[in-house]
Design a protein around this ligand. Structure first.
Ligand code: ADP
Ligand code: MG
Length: 254
């Protein structure tokens, strides 16, 4: 890969969900490009395709049409998909930790599912990561004994434990009490500063401004507007983005 190869490239991506009664065009005509080390935010109303977009990037969802490339390699067969999925890790709104495992065990399990690593090495890596997210003192606690902010920091440590090249975050703070949001955003900011390529679905525009270089506005499965974060948020060009941003103002004073 030369340094001009995008870290992430979506080319004319379409995703259609079929059920017995309905057909949903969850993604239509999506073109996105991200450089290595770039942080991009995906914004837009509920149901606009943001999560589906993240899920296609990490291969959890196949696409109906188009192509997705990570570092120049397309998801073209089961074997490339398997290899590409190893480049990514995801953080979810609801943490998705195993309730019967301690913080340390949750973090140590992730790499063991992906690479030939001994249990001792995985535990050592997990222990270092938990200390880097400020949770050394809580390593032997179960998720239910931790606050939402702490659980999400464990989930972030778990995502980093597989040493991903791309970190995908799906509304990482929307399940948190307001006073716990900042500890998670600060941690994500530090990871971004460290050079990680990140795609973050968020409603936190203050965070988007602080960490992302680019922003993509989804509506109805399409990327309606893309651009440099500052410009996009300060001077939205389309009535739809203008309406979306003013709808946020009432609820999130960020
Ligand atoms: N597994 C699925 N089966 C059927 N429809 C789905 C599925 N996942 C998402 N959708 C639909 O696709 C559209 C986009 O959903 P989603 O990507 O979750 O939006 P967002 O994350 O922006 O809220 C919605 O209409 C949603 O109902
Ligand atoms: Mg979503």
């Amino acid at each position: 890969m030369n340094h001009h190869t995008p870290a992430i490239e979506l080319i004319d991506v379409h995703k259609i969900f079929h059920s017995k009664t309905t057909t949903t065009h969850a993604l239509a005509d999506v073109h996105l490009q991200m450089k290595e080390g770039e942080v991009a935010c995906l914004i837009g109303p509920s149901g606009s395709g943001k999560s589906t977009c993240l899920r296609t990037i990490n291969g959890l969802e196949t696409i109906t049409r188009g192509a997705i490339k990570l570092f120049g390699t397309p998801y073209s067969s089961a074997s490339t998909a398997h290899a590409l999925r190893r480049d990514t890790a995801m953080i979810f709104q609801r943490f998705e930790l195993f309730p019967h495992l301690t913080a340390l065990e949750n973090v140590a399990l992730a790499p063991r599912l992906r690479e030939p690593i001994s249990k001792a090495d995985a535990l050592e890596r997990a222990s270092e990561l938990l200390s880097s997210v400020g949770l050394s003192a809580h390593r032997d606690k179960f998720p239910r004994m931790l606050s939402g902010g702490q659980q999400q920091r464990v989930a972030i440590a778990r995502a980093l434990a597989v040493r991903p090249r791309i970190l995908l975050c799906d509304e990482p703070t929307s399940a948190l009490d307001p006073e716990l949001v900042d500890e998670v955003l600060e941690l994500l900011k530090a990871i971004a500063k460290g050079g990680m390529t990140m795609v973050v679905v968020t409603h936190e525009m203050r965070f988007a401004r602080q960490v992302s270089q680019t922003c993509h506005f989804f509506d109805g499965g399409r990327v309606v507007e893309s651009g440099a974060t500052q410009t996009l948020l300060d001077r939205p060009q389309t009535p739809r983005l203008q309406a979306f941003l003013s709808s946020l103002q009432g609820t999130h004073r960020r």
